[in-house]
Each structure stands twice: as C-alpha cells, then as structure tokens.
Design a protein around this ligand. Structure first.
Ligand SMILES: Nc1nc2c([nH]c(=O)n2[C@H]2C[C@H](O)[C@@H](COP(=O)(O)OP(=O)(O)OP(=O)(O)O)O2)c(=O)[nH]1
Length: 131
C-alpha cells in the first residue's frame, strides 16, 4: 500500500487581496511546482498547530491559522496525500523563502497561471472566480 501523508497548507492573503504562492525548489519532492506553503502534520499536533509551526520554519514569520478551506485526497505515484488548505493571517514578520525557490503574491484570478502541484488544483479552483 502507498504511504499516506497528511499535509496542511496555508492560504495567506495580504492587505492587497493577494495570496502567497511558493515555488518548490529543485531539490524538494514534487520539485519546481507551486504550492501553498506548509508541511506534514506530526503526531499529536492539531492542524492549526502544525501549520503555524511549518510556516515559522519555512518562511520565518508567524501566522494564525483559521478555518479549513479545502480538503483533497490525491494519489501521487509513490504516496497518497490528504492536502488540507487552511486560511491564515500574518501576525508578525514578512515571509522569506528559506526553503522555497521563490515566493510571489498573486491576485486570486491569476492563480491558474502557475503550474501547481496536482494535489493543489481543487483548492486553486475554489479560490479562483468562475469568470
Ligand atoms: N507544503 C505543501 N506540500 C504540498 C502541497 N501540495 C502537495 O502536493 N504537497 C506535497 C509535497 C510534499 O511531498 C508533501 C509535503 O511535504 P513537505 O516536504 O513540504 O513537508 P515537511 O517539511 O513536513 O516534510 P519533510 O521534508 O520534513 O519530510 O506534500 C502544498 O500545497 N503544500
């Protein structure tokens, strides 16, 4: 059976109504694809705790994680991911790409212009206005 992972990902919006998008670096798994920053939930953590920890580690800023926005189960070649996208707001600091190749802030309608990790497509579609 394929390994199962539970991953939380942050949908962080700034005051210009732009959303933070992160490019996975060539040496990460699922390389060179865009994602919402986050990572795996560890044993004993709530979804919100996991997300707040991952963002501090990866982007060096603090957030407050809010409600779940989208949940999607996606089967990759070597594992199955449950991706849980959670709305979050910045509390302190500016996001810095400590592990990612690049960070960009994009308006919701421009999100589909990026090449997203396949597991993220439902969350991107839910965020994107239909016209
Ligand atoms: N963080 C994040 N990971 C995603 C998204 N979409 C998606 O398919 N993934 C995949 C990529 C990775 O295989 C996995 C998350 O692992 P990770 O490497 O970012 O998290 P981590 O820091 O906890 O993992 P590790 O390197 O310590 O093992 O989920 C997404 O939107 N955000």
């Amino acid at each position: 059976m394929k390994k199962q992972v539970k991953v939380v990902a942050a949908i962080i919006e700034n005051e210009k109504e732009e959303i933070l998008c992160a490019l996975r670096s060539p040496d990460m798994s699922i390389p060179n694809m865009w994602e919402f920053p986050g990572g795996k939930v560890e044993n004993g953590e709530s979804l919100q705790e996991a997300l707040e920890r991952e963002i501090q580690e990866e982007l060096g800023c603090s957030i407050r994680a809010g409600e779940v926005f989208n949940r999607n189960v996606h089967e990759y070649d070597s594992f199955v991911i449950e991706l849980i996208a959670i709305k979050a707001r910045l509390l302190e600091g500016e996001p810095e790409p400590k592990e990612h190749a690049k960070l960009v802030w994009l308006k919701q309608e421009h999100l589909p212009s990026l090449v997203w990790a396949p597991a993220d497509i439902p969350a991107v579609e839910e965020l994107t206005p239909s016209r």
